[in-house]
Design a protein around this ligand. Structure first.
Ligand SMILES: [Zn+2]
Length: 254
């Protein structure tokens, strides 16, 4: 089972993976401290591990608050060790993290930071700051745009359409409006904007699956000829990388 919790400070998401039978929980980026604490106590859960999707402070800042001495281990990618601090387990691409019946595969997705990871189950993808609803992470704080492109192209886009996207922040509305700039007539983008606005009214979190992202997320559509035809300022016969970089630069200043 997994629960998404929004931070009381803004747009960060934390995730709690848990087993009702054992009372054990795994915390992913547990910065939504009040919400996480309340959820753990209401369900009588104790954290056995914490995993950080990368080393930025808005994802790691509450590790110590939830690490109950030696009972709770802290996991992160080996390349994020310098930022996260002492890691009880240094993760690498392909590693499996378990919580009861739940198995999460570690996918190393450098780009937003060198040590960024995503976590894949059979139902969902926890994507940290690598992939957002209708967008992707920036590379302005220790990142590398070429690596981000390669991670998205080679590791995330090929994943099954059915996987639910569980990102590290809610930037959905802003990202969708950015996507609409290039395709003002796109029905799917407008429908998703209307849906996301509706979730604000009903106090729900905007959801999506990878199959949807493939239809409107510009950072998944760097080789879509229709979309490329609408862009200005690209070289003749642009590569996927040219298009991705173009979107990333425009989004940075948008
Ligand atoms: Zn970050």
């Amino acid at each position: 089972m997994i629960k998404r919790l929004r931070s009381e400070y803004g747009d960060n998401y934390s995730y709690v993976i848990y087993s009702e039978n054992s009372g054990e929980a795994g915390l992913v980026d547990p910065v939504s401290t009040k919400a996480v604490r309340r959820f753990l106590s209401r369900n009588s859960l104790r954290p056995v591990w914490i995993v950080n999707t990368h080393g930025h402070g808005d994802h790691t800042g509450a590790n110590q608050e939830f690490a109950l001495g030696s009972e709770t281990e802290i996991y992160g990618h080996v390349k994020a060790a310098g930022q996260i601090g002492k890691l009880d387990r240094k993760l690498r691409d392909g590693d499996i993290i378990e919580l009861g019946e739940e198995r999460l595969e570690v996918i190393h997705t450098p780009g937003h930071t060198p040590g960024s990871i995503c976590l894949k189950s059979s139902d969902y993808l926890i994507s940290g700051d690598t992939l957002f609803l209708a967008g992707c992470g920036n590379t302005s704080f220790g990142g590398n745009t070429k690596q981000l492109y390669q991670s998205i192209k080679n590791k995330l886009r090929p994943l099954p359409d059915r996987l639910k996207l569980l990102p590290g922040h809610d930037y959905a509305l802003k990202n969708l409006k950015f996507a609409r700039k290039f395709e003002p007539d796109s029905e799917i983008i407008q429908q998703k904007i209307d849906y996301v606005k509706g979730t604000k009214v009903s106090n729900k979190e905007p959801e999506s699956i990878l199959g949807e992202e493939k239809r409107y997320n510009p950072f998944f559509r760097f080789d879509n000829l229709n979309l490329i035809g609408k862009l200005e300022g690209l070289p003749d016969s642009p590569t996927g990388w040219d298009v991705f970089k173009h979107f990333r630069q425009l989004r940075n200043s948008w």
